[in-house]
Design a protein around this ligand. Sequence first.
Ligand code: PEP
Ligand code: MG
Length: 571
Amino acid sequence: MTKLTGIAASNGVAIAKAYTLEAPDLSFETIKVDDVDSEVQRLQDALDTSKKELEKIKENARQTLGDEHAEIFSAHLLVLSDPEMITPMTDKIKNESVNAEAALDQVANMFIDMFKGMDNEYMRERAADIQDVTKRVMAHLLKVSFPDPALIDEEVVIIAEDLTPSDTAQLNKQFVKGFTTNIGGRTSHSAIMARSLEIPAVVGTKSVTAEISDGDLVVVDGIDGEVIVNPNEDLLAQYKEKQADFAKQKEIWAQLKDEPTVSKDGSHVELVANIGTPDDVIGVLNNGGEGVGLYRTEFLYMGNSDFPTEDQQFEAYKSVLEQMGDKPVVVRTLDIGGDKELSYLDLPKEMNPFLGFRAVRLCLERDDIFRTQLRALLRASTYGNLKIMFPMIATLNEFRQAKALLLEEKENLKAEGIDVSDDIEIGIMVEIPSTAVIARQFAKEVDFFSIGTNDLIQYTMAADRMNERVSYLYQPYHPAILNLVNNVIEAAHAEGKWAGMCGEMAGDSIAIPILLGLGLDEFSMSATSILPARTQIKGLSKEEMASYKDQLLSMSTADEVEAFIREKTNQ
Ligand code: PEP
Ligand code: MG
């Protein structure tokens, strides 16, 4: 029996025989050819066959994973038809009389090296696309079979060095119970797809391919990030129980997928999700999200080699809004700076970047960047239920300036004859204590608040959220935080506005009863936390929690608060 640890990439427990997805032997010799025309034709045939296969895989991905994931294969198909890639290959065959394998390999490697060398994650991913496609074409040239996970017809867990997007898209959920890889992280393509497919996965184990052979019995524990090879009877029984418990738990959660979130005593709150890209929307819908409470738009900027254009942004916002239908989507304007850097925006180093030139501060000074984003958002507004919020608002004046720019761009668009919705709510994130303290004054002017506790806690406790040594001061249940949160909610309600929370605290099982009692209207969290939170809220009485409010707000320590809630809610 062997136990390996890795990164828990997708929840659940899978137990099945190992199926190693081995990379085919793609070695070849460079040789001179006499008939260059038929060599060019051989390359063309391999490209055509690969294209046909990818079209099929793309369609399969579209049906099982949705349009956004299928788009990866559009990128692959583009590679296969890109004259900038293909012409140098055919030229090489014609001018140097080399075989198609050598031409493919040399040209593809040149592009892969070029993209890999770029200090931009998006471009580095393009290198992975070219690598993936090239292997397929090479396999056809060499007439070796390319691993085809779509042909698996018995229950297995897949063992691989890594899974390419095309491997993952071919996985048939009926037979593939889980997978584990040597490399990858929580945000790698394969991990993201595993979560969309809801297949348990453990990635980054470093050595699964060395430790596991075809036919071994394997447990993939995607809850705790462990892989067990040939477990003994006792351990196997334990994992079967864990698997059954998780399945039962999921069934209970799933019953609430299309239900509103209602407490035991009949109060409704909204459970919505935090997202970073349009691809994340599938997960929101699959997990019963009632909307998007925080769309962190900076990923659009961080995944690019230059500022995304108005059209690029428009497409992303429109895609999220359309996928969400009439459900609310709160988009946060650019929150760059602090721990989030842009390689192409050359900002001077600062002593205290979290207290520095960031988010709305930067946007108000660089209004060229800001206006582009606002225009893209306004143009997208007619495709769904859009709400816009500004991050890191410290003064009313900042809010007024940001709102004025938004309204100015709205008028500009209208003058250009472009349709803009007239029902866009405009709110702010409350993540700076000064704003939480005078929330009353803000509430007269904003349409809503969304409390960003990740930052609100770091600023209130004066504890850098990136610094491990002071992480003990990240105390969401600290009475100071509870008082600020309460102040914001009361201020909103006094003016007939709503208050939400999009920091990690909103999905925390100790904080949820407190926030329910304080009257929070909207809880925004990672998609997979929604159903557990809905289940918890269903069992809580809002009136009971509200009756503890004064007691909680006057407590002295976070520990006291936590112990009190644990006792009252049996946690
Ligand atoms: C927050 O600060 O709580 C928040 C949600 O924003 P971010 O984590 O992106 O700073
Ligand atoms: Mg923040």
